[in-house]
Design a protein around this ligand. Structure first.
Ligand code: TXA
Ligand code: MG
Length: 325
């Protein structure tokens, strides 16, 4: 059930009193606190189990408030804000006077965005300030895309949950570092690289997303309880059946090319052919396979164009550190 006006007022009061509100956005649900209240912000880190050096995104009601939260905003950042806000784009800028260091993990930069969700925007207007909010999940695990995901994962640790239905985008915002002369993508997300490049008129650097990692340096993120193993799309069925035969409870992300195939595995998710639908469903699929008792998830990466770039990034990070490809 979607939050009404009374719920919005109540949630704004909870924020004013230093409490935590889970709020829907178009990407994922956030765990929000008054960005200007260091004690409330500290509780966000505590509830998430997140290291305090890991900065939060400050959510604001509109680009017209940007000057309160960021300083020396470059023209390119203004252009991106004008084009993509409200929307799944986060801009990293120089920290403004209203942002305490607690919210930025001690950094002199701040991540800011205007979410494109009527409930989030209503809350931000009613509250009147900035809401510091990471995704409303425990550190390292799968982000929530429904209010029930939040309740199941955080329970009483949240003072109020605003229900805004299922998130329409399903993966987090794209984070762009706009502090320097040339913007760069820090995290692929809901606004595609292609859309950003079309507005900027030049190619953008994207962080390396190779699956080859030094063990221990990259703890897995966006990760379900089940181990995620990535294989070539053509090998998904064979690898899944082999692992099932070896005694695993295998969950399969069945690529569209195998649609309708009978797979001898514990649970099968049919991956949507449209990247919009895949992004929207991704975190729900991971949660579902956990719930169905899978200990291993076999998946492949989509083509890394459009939203496929963010989906592949999340799957790689869910698969976590590995010694070799
Ligand atoms: O879609 C989203 O972005 C969601 C919704 C709730 O808005 N939020 C979200 O927050 O994904 P979180 O905390 O789960 O991820 C935010 C990322 C973190 O990886 C953090 O390191 C990065 O943003 N970040 C925040 N401030 C930063 C800064 N000043 N410089 C570089 N990275 C920053
Ligand atoms: Mg997160």
């Amino acid at each position: 059930m979607t939050a009404g006006t009374g719920d919005i007022e109540k949630a704004a009061d909870v924020l004013r009193a230093g409490g935590l509100v889970a709020l829907p956005t178009e990407t994922v649900y956030g765990l929000g606190a008054n960005a200007e209240d260091p004690a409330a912000v500290a509780r966000v880190f505590q509830v998430k189990g997140r290291p305090p050096s890991h900065p939060l995104i400050v959510h604001i009601a509109g680009a017209e408030h940007l000057g309160d939260w960021a300083e020396d905003v470059p023209e390119t950042a203004r252009l991106l804000a004008e084009r993509f806000w409200p929307g799944p784009l986060t801009l990293v800028l120089r920290r403004g006077r209203r942002v305490p260091l607690e919210a930025t993990g001690g950094l002199e930069t701040v991540a800011v965005r205007v979410p494109d969700h009527p409930v989030a925007l209503a809350l931000l207007s009613a509250f009147g300030g900035g809401v510091a909010a990471p995704s409303a999940n425990r550190f390292g695990s799968v982000s929530p895309t429904t209010a029930n995901h939040v309740r199941a994962e955080l329970g009483d640790a949240v003072d109020f949950v605003l229900d805004g239905g299922s998130c329409g985008v399903g993966v987090e915002s794209t984070i762009v570092d706009a502090t320097g002369d040339v913007p760069s993508i820090l995290r692929p997300g809901g606004v595609t690289r292609e859309d950003l490049e079309a507005v900027l008129g030049h190619p953008l650097a994207v962080p390396a997303t190779s699956a080859v990692r030094v063990p221990g340096q990259h703890p897995s993120h966006y990760a379900p309880r089940a181990r995620v193993v990535l294989v070539e799309p053509g090998k998904v069925v064979a690898e899944a059946e082999l692992a099932q035969e070896l005694g695993h409870q295998v969950g399969v992300f069945l690529p569209p090319s195998f649609a309708g195939a009978q797979v001898k595995a514990h649970a099968v998710v049919a991956v949507p052919g449209s990247m919009d639908a895949y992004a929207r469903g991704l975190y729900g699929f991971l949660r579902e396979l956990d719930q169905r008792g899978c200990d291993l998830i076999i998946a492949s990466l989509p083509v890394e164009e459009g939203l496929g770039l963010a989906i592949a990034n999340r799957l790689r990070r869910a698969a976590g550190p590995r010694l070799s490809e």
